[in-house]
Design a protein around this ligand. Structure first.
Ligand SMILES: [Zn+2]
Length: 908
């Protein structure tokens, strides 16, 4: 999120080719894709390789910015800034105007090659977010220089340059700091620029800040001098990169630092908190070495800063050399943070750092290929996290639905659920507008992308896959790419038609189910068809499926299934056969009865990966109405007793979902009793107290069980939580950090006014963002409608960081028994709430509040509300939520009827 101009020789010894940029710009032909010699011709189906001039976008491609030098003077009293910039341009063919991006900027003066343009020549198109400068005469090809003066505003939400109010560690004094967030299309709010990813340039930033502030950008500080307004900080210029990767963070900050080879690494936080970055700093060092090796091109910048922000946005942003994180996604307090926080930090770090290569060094040409950035970083981050922390079982687990702050996906299941619906879309899809670019950041992009890459890696082999990635990075560093470029590199490395296999997975929506049927004579027939949920008359599609299978007692084998029907031979009739070994494939499997019975018998011989895969598929079959719920519970009951987290969490998630769905149904009470009896034995094995030598995931599982059993009205759990909360009030150390979020949530759920106020006071007082979240999340669970309203009102105050405050409302919609009160509140205050939401959030916010309804009438209400109140870019989100409500309404009826049979069977 930031920049600067610099000495041209700064990169003389660095690993990027500075002269390469100049060559690019000198001649457009340079951009016309340099194709690899590809062995397999079928790549057309997966799109075309990168070509500058064919890349979509609004900006004309005749003029190319080479170097920016930008100086910004923020005014933190008036929340505004002034700026100046010069841009070195290369003009490839004669033009009569310059067109670039600008949004919410005033531009009083513009100069070209030192001559001022008349005021009438400066035109801003607000709608299109464009700045057009009419030129007095035709501009001839060659080098030119544009200079602009501009004024902008400092926003409350994480868009462009924004401010964050926070309480200082220790003193609790109220302070303010600045940060930026530019992806996808908000760099144009900070300075006029060619704000499309294909326009790579060097950026040199200078900023004026108070003397006691630390300013951080992509590159190290080059010089600093005192001036009347404070100090002027000049950063070194960046390598050629996309505009959305610039960063500026400034405030009263501290840091801790270390070094990996030539790279300085730092964790930066508000004063007094830097030491909580110790865990992240150590992880950064390990991850950096791992990636330096994996990608074959070492991290190219002189420094890498990991920066904790106390607000503004909820996730993390991969600005090159200066990654920003929401504070609780980076800082770990060993005395007070939970195991879940620790794991989340690792995953987010690994994801964002993977972007330093995939995204920053090599960038997708246009937002239609966003998955190249996000699917890849999700896959790579999870692979790296699993490598260093196998005990976390990260490939198998999905984030818990009660943790909506998690952006980074480890969750194949979440992507498959969305991808089975009528509202899904291909990984690769056209993006025309800024709003569409912001909507591209969804589960399909992140998680289906990740899941497909994992399937492909397991099919091609880890080493071959890595060699392909190394080829890709080496060939495209400091440039842009499309999906076809990645397939070409992997095809070269593997000598397999990767583009041909991939096309079905990236260019068309959905995924297949493979049906397994035993035939006489040791033969098994396989049939594929599209797997859908709540989607009648779905278009028929076919995939090339890289199948893996396992006959118990033999080594796993593979089969590329290229048509609707296929066969496996030599499968003994009395031996269990498991498809999708370790669940690495992005498809469902349905077994015929003889195969299923053999599998149930073989459960103790299967690893946890395969058991989780069977559970997930069985539950998906129930959702799709391909099997009754007894198939799923029959499997759960046959599982060997275990405390393996991924397996137990899968069951917890399903029970939690059903419990939410049955809200208000007469079956709910009996269901809760049966569900408690399913989960209780695991909790009793674990107990309340952490034990010496237990696996590190035991704390997570214990917390999940407490949370869900509390939800399921377990009187012993509720009493146990209350007792522990009282002790915690007297002595915080008495309650293990792992258990705090769960214990607070259960106490909050059954809170009276006095308890609610106690939790609220704790939340007001703490300066830890993580603790704050735990307390306010607990408030959001309250079941008493009077307290529900009190919690909702907090969303309009400044008690919580802006980005968190608004999400209190969806949290209440999900956790309390009153999603209707949450929606009424949001409807009445929508303007104030949306003012606190960033660009990506604005399209989703109102629809997201309907997600927890399960009456058809609410689907109609949302449609009407959207028609009258929401902008057109919200349409895909609205359609998704309407589909979800209709699915839930149908599923609720079906499930209630089927559950009766299960409940009767479990009657004591
Ligand atoms: Zn990402």
């Amino acid at each position: 999120m930031c920049f600067v101009a610099g000495k041209p020789n700064l990169f003389a010894n660095a690993n990027f080719d500075a002269s390469g940029l100049v060559r690019q710009v000198r001649c457009l032909l340079r951009f016309v894709a340099v194709l690899f010699s590809v062995t397999f011709p079928a790549i057309m189906a997966a799109g075309k390789p990168f070509s500058f001039k064919d890349t979509p976008g609004k900006l004309p491609k005749e003029v190319i910015p080479l170097e920016y030098s930008v100086r910004i003077v923020p005014n933190i009293v008036e929340f505004a800034f002034t700026g100046t910039e010069t841009v070195k341009l290369n003009v490839c063919s004669p033009v009569r105007q310059l067109v670039l991006n600008a949004l919410e900027l005033e531009i009083p003066e513009a100069f070209l090659d030192g001559k001022e343009l008349p005021k009438s020549a400066i035109k801003i198109d607000k709608e299109k977010e464009l700045l057009a400068l009419a030129l007095p005469s035709q501009l001839v090809p060659g080098d030119h220089e544009l200079a602009l003066y501009f004024k902008g505003k400092i926003n409350q939400q994480g868009q462009g340059l924004f401010y964050m109010p926070y309480q200082e560690q220790g003193s609790g004094t109220k302070k303010i700091m600045l940060g930026t967030q530019f992806e996808a299309t908000d760099a144009r709010r900070f300075f006029p620029c060619w704000d499309e990813p294909v326009f790579r340039a060097r950026f040199q930033l200078t900023v004026v800040v108070p003397e006691n502030w630390l300013a951080v950008s992509n590159m190290p500080i080059e010089s600093e001098k005192k001036i009347t307004e404070g100090k002027e900080v000049r950063f070194a210029p960046t390598p050629p990169m996309s505009s959305y990767l610039n960063v500026l963070v400034a405030g009263e900050l501290d840091f801790i630092e270390s070094r990996v080879g030539p790279t300085q690494i730092r964790v930066i936080a508000t004063k007094g908190k830097a030491e909580f970055g110790r865990y992240a700093l150590e992880a950064t060092a390990l991850i950096l070495q791992y990636y330096n090796d994996y990608f074959g091109v070492p991290y190219p910048l002189p420094k890498l800063d990991q920066i904790a922000l106390p607000g503004g946005f909820g996730g993390a942003m991969e600005n090159w050399g200066g990654i920003t994180y929401y504070e609780s996604a980076l800082l770990f307090d060993p005395k007070n943070s939970s195991a879940g926080t620790k794991q989340n930090i690792y995953e987010v770090l690994a994801h964002e750092m993977a972007h330093m290569w995939f995204g920053d060094l090599v960038t997708m040409a246009w937002w239609d290929n966003l998955w190249l950035n996000e699917g890849f970083a999700s896959w790579m981050g999870t692979k790296c996290t699993a490598h260093f922390n196998p005990q976390w079982e990260v490939w198998l687990r999905r984030e818990l639905p009660r943790d909506p702050t998690r952006r980074v996906g480890i969750a194949k299941e979440a992507a498959m659920e969305g991808d089975a619906r009528s509202t899904t879309h291909p990984i690769h899809r056209p993006i025309a507008t800024e709003a569409e670019a912001n909507s591209a950041f969804d589960d399909i992009t992140y998680k289906k992308g990740q899941s497909f890459l994992r399937m492909l890696e397991s099919f091609l082999g880890e080493d071959v896959f890595r060699d392909g990635i190394r080829r890709y990075i080496a060939a495209h560093k400091y440039s842009n790419t499309t999906t076809a470029d990645l397939w070409n590199a992997l095809s070269e490395a593997s000598k397999k038609p990767v583009g041909d296999i991939a096309a079905g997975w990236t260019e068309q929506p959905g995924f297949p189910i493979v049906k397994v049927k035993r035939d006489p004579g040791e033969k098994v027939s396989l049939t594929q068809e599209r797997f859908t949920v709540n989607f009648k008359n779905a278009p028929l599609l076919e995939w090339k499926i890289p199948l893996t299978y396992l006959v118990i007692g033999r080594a796993p084998a593979t089969l590329l299934m290229i048509s609707t029907i296929d066969k496996l031979e030599n499968i003994p009739a009395d031996r269990a056969l498991k498809l999708n070994v370790n669940g690495t494939g992005n498809y469902r499997v349905q077994y015929d009865e003889p195969s299923w019975i053999l599998l149930l018998r073989a459960l103790p011989k299967l690893g946890v990966e395969d058991r989780v895969n069977l559970l997930s598929d069985a539950w998906a079959l129930v959702q799709a109405d391909r099997a009754p719920v007894s198939l799923y519970f029959g499997l759960v009951e046959k599982l060997p007793a275990s405390t393996e987290i991924a397996e137990r969490e899968q069951i917890i998630n399903v029970l939690d979902f059903i419990n939410g769905l049955l809200l208000g149904n007469p079956e709910r009470k009996e269901f809760q009793r049966c569900a408690r009896s399913l989960l209780r034995p695991t909790f009793e094995t674990l107990g309340w107290q952490p034990k010496d030598g237990e696996p590190p995931t035991a704390g997570n599982l214990r917390a999940s069980l407490i949370n869900v059993l509390g939800d399921l009205n377990d009187p012993a759990i509720i009493a146990g939580c209350r007792e522990r909360f009282e002790k915690y009030l007297a002595n915080a150390a008495s309650l293990a950090p792992d258990l705090r979020p769960a214990v607070f949530a259960v106490v909050g759920r059954y809170a009276d006014e006095k308890t609610w106020t106690t939790l609220h006071q704790l939340g007001l007082k703490t300066t830890s963002i993580e603790d704050k979240r735990n307390y306010y999340d607990a408030l959001a669970c309250a079941n008493d409608p009077k307290l529900v309203k009190k919690t909702l009102a907090i969303a309009l105050t400044d008690e919580l960081p802006t980005s968190r405050a608004v999400f209190l409302v969806p949290k209440v919609a999900r956790e309390s028994a009153y999603p209707d009160i949450a929606w009424e509140f949001a409807k009445a205050n929508i303007k104030a709430l949306l003012a606190k939401t960033d660009a990506a959030g604005a399209n989703r916010y109102a629809p997201s509040l309907f997600t927890f309804f399960s009456d058809d009438s609410r689907a109609d209400e949302l449609k009407t509300y959207a028609k009258n109140n929401l902008p057109p870019p919200s349409a895909p989100e609205v359609a998704k939520v309407v589909d979800e409500i209709q699915f839930r309404a149908e599923f609720k009826k079906r499930l209630a009827a089927q559950l009766n049979a299960w409940i009767d069977k479990n009657d004591p």
